[in-house]
Design a protein around this ligand. Sequence first.
Ligand SMILES: NC(=O)c1ccc[n+]([C@@H]2O[C@H](COP(=O)([O-])OP(=O)(O)OC[C@H]3O[C@@H](n4cnc5c(N)ncnc54)[C@H](OP(=O)(O)O)[C@@H]3O)[C@@H](O)[C@H]2O)c1
Length: 288
Amino acid sequence: MTAYRVFITGAGGMLATALLNVLTPVFDVTAFTETQLDITDRDAVLKTIKDIKPDVVVNAAAYTAVDKCEEEQKTAKLVNGFAVGYIAEAVKITGARLFHISTDYIFDGDKDGPYTEEDKPNPVSVYGLSKLIGERELVRFTDNYVIIRTQWMFGENGKNFVDTIIQLAEQKDELKIVDDQYGSPTYTRDVAVMIKWFIENSNVRKQIFNFSNEGIVSWYGFARGILKLAGIGTKLVPVDSSAIQRAARRPHNSALDKTKIKQVTRIDIRPWYDALYEYMKRTGRVGE
Ligand SMILES: NC(=O)c1ccc[n+]([C@@H]2O[C@H](COP(=O)([O-])OP(=O)(O)OC[C@H]3O[C@@H](n4cnc5c(N)ncnc54)[C@H](OP(=O)(O)O)[C@@H]3O)[C@@H](O)[C@H]2O)c1
C-alpha cells in the first residue's frame, strides 16, 4: 500500500489526537500544533505545505469555543473562515487532497428531521457563520476536497461534554441539562476512521459528507447515558434552552442525515452509546 504523506493542522486538539492515533500506524504523518503552524499566517501555511509536500492535508485546526466566538468574531472568522482558504490555496498549488471538518452549527435547527448535505445553511451563531465562511473559502480555491460535517464530538484530549458532565456530577447533587436540542454524539475516533477510509479507498473529490454516530438524543439524553455508564447517581433535571444563559444560540435540531456517506463507504456506523462506552472504557470511567 502507498504510504500516503499526510499533514495535520491543529495537532493539539481533540480530533487531531484521534487522527494521530488512527493514521500514524498506516501513513507517513506530520502534524503541527498551533505553535508550529498558525493557520491564520498565510505565508507560513503556503511555505509549510510546499515544504512538506503532503498527498493529503487534514485541517483539524479551529477556534471551537462556541460562546467565546460571539465576542471574538474577528478571530473566529479568521481561524474558522479565511484561514481555511489559505490552506485550500496551498493544496491547489501542491496538488494535495484536502479534508476539512465542518459542523451542524451551520444550520439554524428549525428543520423537522435530519439535515442533508444539500440543505441550505443558515447559522444562528458567530461560530456557525465562521465555519460556513470556511466551507465557502475552501471551494473558492480547490476542487480536490472532502468536507466532513460532524457534531457533538467527544474524545481523548479535548474539552468535551462527557468529561464535563462526569466532573460536574461528581461535585453536585443535581444537574440541569438542556432537553430541547437534538443531535448525535460522535466519537472522534470514528471520525478519524472514516477519514482514513476515504484516504485509502476513494478518490471522491468536491464533496461534502455528513458524519456522526447513530442515534439522535437531546443533551439530557446524552447526559443520562454518560452517568449510567459511569455508575453515578446524580439527579439530572431536563430543562429548556431558555433556562440556561449562553452567549451563542444553538440549533434545536441539528441531526445530520448520513444516507450519502453510508452509500459511498458501506461502513457500518455504530450507535453513539456503543462509541461512548468505548471512550469511557478507554479513559477508565465506566462504573461497576
Ligand atoms: N467538538 C465538536 O463537537 C465539533 C463538532 C462539529 C465540528 N467540529 C469541528 O471539528 C474540528 C476539530 O474540532 P475539535 O473538537 O478537535 O477542536 P479542538 O479540540 O478545539 O482542536 C482545535 C485545535 O486547533 C488549534 N487552533 C486554534 N487556532 C489555531 C490556529 N490559528 N492555527 C492552528 N491551530 C489552531 C487549537 O489550539 P489551541 O487549543 O491551542 O487554541 C486546537 O488544538 C474543528 O474544525 C471543529 O470546528 C467540532
